[in-house]
Design a protein around this ligand. Structure first.
Ligand code: NAD
Length: 545
């Protein structure tokens, strides 16, 4: 195995290793010691100066995709500088390296492709996946894997979906300080049913339709087995699988290996944290609320399941708790009499006459909160918002679909449509809104508040499983970091610039659950926060490379 050979690198090889390259910041002593003399221009820059230069150049670009490409190129040549740029400018950079720009980057992936990152494993690699994983030069601690079938709300992007694992792993480092050297993005190329990609000469994936059935399952199984063999303590995060595979795969592996699905469980946790904040404003209890979801997929049923788990933890019985969540999918209200419902919808298939449209479901059921996760833009119409404002003094309105074009409504529409009374959160970022002399600062119900801290906690304690109880603890911890001042300006989440601190506390909460449930392979430390902080990567250059 060729793990961790990089520390002996010198000269050009060192400059070409993004994990160790410091570019013009290598000191005189380092230049002599590491064979760099003459390979760099003479002036030594500080990291601050390098960051200022990069930002100046990037800010001169007007197109977000060009900014994405500039950031990717920096990521590929100097990771420390890349993460310094991200960490010091989270609000500006996060929408460029993740949603919404990453969606466009996936759609254009083959056209803007410069350099591979992560590992591509295809259906043609059956029987040799362990050998292929051994080509990775580092010891992976976290793998984010996609098969590209449901990229954000953009559908099948095939192997172009690689933008998502790369982006998510950047957020692990940016938001929680997970060491980039242990992060491995993986795309399973199972083919694509996206005809325009198949016809695109620059498409990076296999020219074939998606494989399904046993061949699909066998490839996933071989990958999981191989990953756990080659990287024994690895955490595997499933990302952007279509829901006909996502729920099955989660059920198959969640009790066997250290894994989770961020689209289901991470989303649930961040949405629940937003609900907890809304309850503080309203002065109500979770059991006082009734939620109507637009969408009944991974996000919707994941959120509903965690709301129910939170109610059960508060002493409500499960049947009663489930009755507080109602789902509307593409066929209308999910009710008991509907045939052929997917397993994950069944707990929410209540005894009720069928209703085909969302507005009628809303006026009939009179929910206290609506949660949009159907990836159909503009569905929280002025009528929907007006009805919510008529039914509720403080309506909860979460427009979580991504990217921005798929959002159920904008922040402005939410405040305008409810006379400024909506308790609003969104999936993609929206700027502050002025309404009747008040400034509202809507914040994203962004999964990056949750999964990086969960991953950091799991690494710190050597978790053997990632459980729903950990996501519940993460939601509570995130909500605890929302200040009265945040709530006053309509923010249901803390500022993104605070995520590293929040993530450290989420990591502690996750590790606490792991120790409590005997799911930690390391011994319990005296001080959990110190243990967590010991695992945090600092993007500032170390004294010696
Ligand atoms: P999914 O494919 O699993 O589910 C989509 C659901 O929407 C399905 O149940 C489908 O039946 C339903 N649907 C489709 N068209 C509809 C229509 N016209 N009316 C009603 N329902 C309809 O996808 P998902 O993983 O649940 O993600 C859905 C959306 O949520 C995506 O846009 C995704 O980007 C977003 N999301 C946001 C966050 C976040 O903000 N933190 C997290 C996860 C997902």
């Amino acid at each position: 195995m060729k793990l961790n050979q990089q520390s002996s690198e010198r000269g050009v090889a060192l400059l070409q290793n993004p994990l160790r390259n410091k570019g013009t910041a290598f000191t005189e002593i380092e230049r002599d010691a590491l064979g760099l003399r003459g390979l760099l221009p003479p002036h030594i820059h500080t990291q601050d100066e390098q960051m200022a230069r990069f930002l100046e150049n990037m800010r001169n670009l007007t197109d977000p995709l060009e900014k994405f490409t500039a950031l990717s190129a920096l990521h590929d040549r100097n990771e420390a500088l890349f993460f310094r740029v991200v960490c010091d400018n989270v609000d500006e950079i996060m929408p460029l390296i993740y949603t919404p720009t990453v969606g466009l980057a996936c759609q254009r992936f083959g056209h803007i492709f410069q350099r591979p990152r992560g590992m591509f494993i295809s259906i043609n690699d059956r029987g040799r996946i362990a050998d292929i994983l051994r080509n990775w030069p580092h010891k992976a601690g976290i793998i984010v894997v996609t098969d590209g079938e449901r990229i954000l709300g953009l559908g099948d992007q095939g192997a172009n979906g690689m933008g998502i694992p790369v982006g998510k792993l950047s957020l692990y480092t940016a938001c929680a300080g997970v060491d980039p050297a242990i992060c491995l993005p993986v795309t399973l190329d199972m083919g694509t049913n996206n005809e325009s990609l198949l016809a695109d000469p620059y498409y990076v994936g296999l020219r074939r339709h998606r494989v399904t059935g046993p061949a699909y399952d066998e490839l996933v199984d071989e990958f999981i087995t191989a990953a756990c063999e080659v990287f024994p303590d690895v955490i595997i995060q499933f990302e952007d699988f279509a829901n006909h595979n996502a729920f099955r795969l989660l059920e198959r592996y969640r009790n066997k290996i250290c894994t989770f699905n961020d689209d289901i469980q991470g989303t649930a946790s961040v949405a629940l944290a937003g609900v907890f904040s809304a309850l503080r404003v309203k002065g109500t209890k979770l059991s006082d609320e009734k939620f109507l979801f637009l969408g009944a997929g991974e996000a919707a049923t994941g959120i509903a399941d965690l709301i129910v788990a939170a109610m059960v933890a508060q002493g409500i019985d499960q049947e009663t708790a489930r009755k507080s969540c109602w789902l509307v999918d593409s066929k209308g209200l999910v009710v008991k009499s509907r045939e052929g419902l997917a397993a994950q919808k069944l707990p929410y298939a209540h005894d009720h006459p069928p209703i085909t449209d969302f507005l009628t479901a809303l006026t009939t059921l009179k929910p206290t909160g609506i949660i949009g996760v159907a990836a159909v833009g503009g569905t929280f119409t002025p009528e929907v918002l007006r009805s919510m404002a008529e039914i509720n003094e403080r309506p909860i309105v979460f427009a979580l679909s991504n990217p921005t074009s798929k959002a159920e409504c904008t922040a402005e529409q939410a405040y305008n449509g409810t006379d400024g009374r909506a308790l609003f959160a969104s999936g993609s970022p929206f700027a502050a809104v002025q309404y009747k002399g008040k400034t509202f600062v809507p914040r994203q119900g962004n999964n990056s508040y949750i999964f990086p801290g969960v991953g950091l906690g799991a690494i710190a304690c050597g978790a053997t499983r990632v459980t729903d109880e950990m996501f519940l603890a993460a939601a509570q911890t995130l909500a605890d970091h929302v200040t009265p001042a945040d709530l006053e300006q309509g923010s249901l989440f803390p500022p993104l610039s605070n995520t590293r601190e929040v993530s450290a506390h989420i990591a502690v909460a996750v590790a606490e659950v792991a120790f409590e449930r005997a799911l930690a392979s390391k011994s319990r430390p005296e001080d959990m926060l110190t243990l967590v902080r010991a695992h945090v990567y600092d993007p500032r250059y170390p004294a010696h490379a």
